[in-house]
Design a protein around this ligand. Structure first.
Ligand code: ATP
Ligand code: MG
Length: 342
């Protein structure tokens, strides 16, 4: 084994995804760059339509290449996944990079036993015989906390609860000991207690399998619980990116402030939540300049015309894309913190 925690596994550089449609070109993802190391959980957050899922589908090679214009680089263990031939990409997908989606029902076939579906995922990329594959399925179901895994493996998906189905999907994703697990809204369809259990499971799995996790969610609370680093996306772009502790303690971008102020916490009463006014733009014709400027209470002269670069401001500790001078952000951040505490 050469793997070790902290090893850089994924380097996404300038990822851009466009969908030509009859209405025009949807600019779904624009110039997105981030990295993922072994043992790290990267939380990707942003409102609906911000490009979170499309970014991950592009990484996984799951977008129809004939109907999508993709550019940039997705370097995984020294290879660019965007230029990998389809058969090699298929070997990476599901084996080295696995994905768990929001709705396990949509991913599990209703007519096949849960264990058989996991066993099949195993044989798809290995020479294992039927018996070994079934044993692997049972072992993994047990590992992800399905009680009586040996007999429950024979159940059909509808005999599992929502939380158990999501556990089964995680078991299936782990079948080949992947390096990266991408979880796209893995808990959105679940009730709150089950949500917490599944997040805990993902964290346990990350440690035990020594993998990197990308956790996509619109819920900053989910990210606050588990992520080591956070990337805030809006209108297909990265607004802020850095260590989670930094971003929660010293958020720099007005959009991140907006997300944080609309998130319930123990300190913040529900009636003190401040939703972000307006709604995300259409990506057929995103606003000029900073895409957030039409909704930003702090916009000033350059925001409507100039795209702010993603950079570390002088004295700042992490990347953000906003024209406000750093001193001004510190001042506004302090005012915000006072308001939250009041
Ligand atoms: N196949 C497609 N053709 C055209 N537009 C698309 C396609 N897939 C996604 N889009 C658009 O790309 C943008 C980004 O979508 P994406 O699904 O990545 O958002 P998201 O951040 O995952 O949102 P959510 O939180 O709702 O899951 C949206 O405007 C969406 O409508
Ligand atoms: Mg999505």
């Amino acid at each position: 084994m050469t793997s070790s925690s902290g090893e850089r596994m994924l380097d996404v550089r300038g990822l851009t995804v466009r969908f030509p449609t009859s209405d025009g070109i949807v600019q779904a993802v624009s110039d997105v760059s981030f990295a993922l190391s072994r043992g790290e959980t990267l939380g990707i957050v942003g409102e609906s339509g911000s490009g979170k899922s499309v970014s991950n589908l592009a990484i996984m090679g799951l977008l129809n290449r004939a109907r999508t214009v993709i550019s940039g680089e997705v370097e995984f263990k020294g290879r660019d996944l965007l230029t990998l031939p389809p058969d090699e990409l298929r070997k990476v997908r599901g084996k080295e990079i696995a994905m768990v989606f929001q709705d396990p029902f949509a991913c599990l076939h209703p007519m096949y036993r849960v264990g058989a579906q996991i066993a099949e995922a195993f044989t798809a990329h290995s020479d294992a015989g039927k018996h070994a594959a079934w044993s692997r399925a049972v072992e993994l179901l047990d590992h992800v906390g399905i009680p009586n895994a040996k007999s429950r493996a024979r159940d059909y998906p509808h005999q599992f609860s929502g939380g158990m189905r999501q556990r089964a999907m995680i078991a299936m994703a782990l079948v080949h000991n992947p390096d990266i697990l991408i979880c796209d809204e893995p808990t959105t369809a679940l009730d709150v207690t089950v949500q917490a259990q599944i997040l805990e499971l993902i964290e346990d799995v990350k440690r035990e399998f020594d993998i990197g996790v990308i956790l996509v969610t619109h819920d900053l609370g989910v990210v606050a619980e588990t992520a080591n680093s956070v990337m805030v996306m809006y209108a297909g772009r990265v607004m802020e990116y850095g260590p989670a502790a930094e971003i929660f303690r010293h958020p720099q971008h007005p959009y991140a402030w907006g997300l944080l102020d609309s998130m319930p916490t123990i300190e913040r009463r529900l009636d003190a939540l401040v939703p972000i006014e307006g709604s995300p733009p259409s990506l057929l014709a995103p606003p000029s300049g900073c895409p957030f400027h039409p909704r930003c209470p702090y916009r000033f002269e350059p925001c409507a015309t100039k795209l702010p670069p993603l950079k570390v401001p002088a004295d700042g500790a992490h990347l953000d894309a906003c024209h406000l001078p750093y001193d001004k952000k510190v001042e506004l951040g302090a005012q915000r913190a006072k308001k939250v505490a009041a």
